[in-house]
Design a protein around this ligand. Structure first.
Ligand code: PSU
Ligand code: MN
Length: 303
């Protein structure tokens, strides 16, 4: 296929060593500059500290990359013209020679196609509040019903309609495991207030679920490992609820729609919580990346 898999990632896959896919939209569109570049590097270092190989995914000048060299990672973080690419945007981006960061949907697709099994992000996209009017549901959900990758996340972004998103995941046949919790995490918050049906407590248990799924065969769908931010790192829930309500009203008033909604709300929260939401977001992402590396390691060379 036309995807460029970096030599380091290719060798690791060939030798059965653990590899973790990382998405790039969080870097290009989810975090403020210049902190985003430091975070991109830090996340890769976290994966290495756990003995696994990081594979950040992005499209650069019309080529899809799984595993970025330092210059390409810099470009994704620093170039203001980097687009946001969902799965459906990949073909036109490749054909046009465009450069773009990949969302969960595009990253999961490219990583799965390259043979990676574990992927870490912050919070998944999902069903937006006001869905009955706007029909805004992230393409992340449908795509995750079609690839067998394991995604470690802090639930779905709390800007969304969380109960509706959980219902969609059930309809789509996407398995959800709470990691060390029987509640679905709330992205900036340790709990969304919604329960999960299954709880696991160790990377080995997650690897066991992955093996059982492989043995079962049947329709392919993602496995979501929902890993809450530590209670000590979460955003103050009262502040969260207040600023989020203001942000949703501001998005409505400004007529923000489509791909711009999620970055707008993330930035609104960062600004209006004096950076506290950003710290909670980063704490969640770091925890997810570390756990993803441990899961990839616990799988051994299961292939
Ligand atoms: N997690 C974060 N920050 C982000 C995202 C995830 O902590 O910015 C990105 C992911 O790339 C996800 C996207 O796929 O937000 C969802 O965007 P949308 O709602 O437009 O589908
Ligand atoms: Mn959307």
């Amino acid at each position: 296929m036309s995807t460029h898999v970096s030599e380091e990632v290719r060798e690791a896959l060939h030798e059965g060593r653990p590899v973790v896919a990382l998405e790039s939209t969080i870097i290009a569109h989810g975090l403020p500059r210049p902190r985003n570049l430091a975070v991109a590097r830090e996340l890769e270092a976290l994966v290495r500290d756990e003995g696994a190989v990081p594979a950040t995914v992005a499209v650069i000048d019309g080529t899809a990359h799984v595993g970025l060299d330092p210059a390409r990672l810099d470009r994704i973080a620093e170039d203001p013209d980097v687009r946001k690419l969902g799965h459906r945007d990949l073909a036109p981006a490749l054909a046009a020679g465009a450069t773009g960061a990949t969302t969960v949907s595009a990253t999961a697709w490219l990583a799965d196609s390259a043979g990676l099994r574990v992927f870490a992000t912050g919070g998944l996209g999902g069903v937006h509040r006001e869905w009955t009017r706007t029909q805004d549901e992230s393409a992340d959900l449908r795509l995750l019903s079609r690839v067998g990758i394991t995604v470690v996340c802090a639930g779905v972004k709390s800007i969304l309609d969380v109960p509706a998103t959980l219902q969609r995941l059930e309809t789509l046949g996407v398995t959800v495991l709470g990691y060390g919790t029987d509640m679905f995490p709330g992205f900036y918050l340790a709990s969304s207030g919604e329960p999960v049906d299954w709880t696991v407590r160790t990377p080995e248990e997650v690897a066991g679920v992955m093996r059982a799924r492989d043995a079962l065969g049947g329709p392919t769908a993602a496995l979501i490992v929902a890993n809450p931010v530590a209670a000590t790192d979460q955003l103050d829930p009262a502040l969260h609820d207040r600023v989020l309500a203001q942000g949703l009203a501001a998005a409505e008033e400004k007529g923000i729609t489509g791909q711009a909604v999620t970055p707008f709300l993330l930035e609104y929260l960062t600004v209006h919580t004096d950076g506290a939401s950003l710290e909670a977001n980063l704490a969640a992402v770091r925890g997810n990346v570390r756990l993803a590396a441990r899961i990839a390691t616990a799988r051994g060379d299961a292939g």
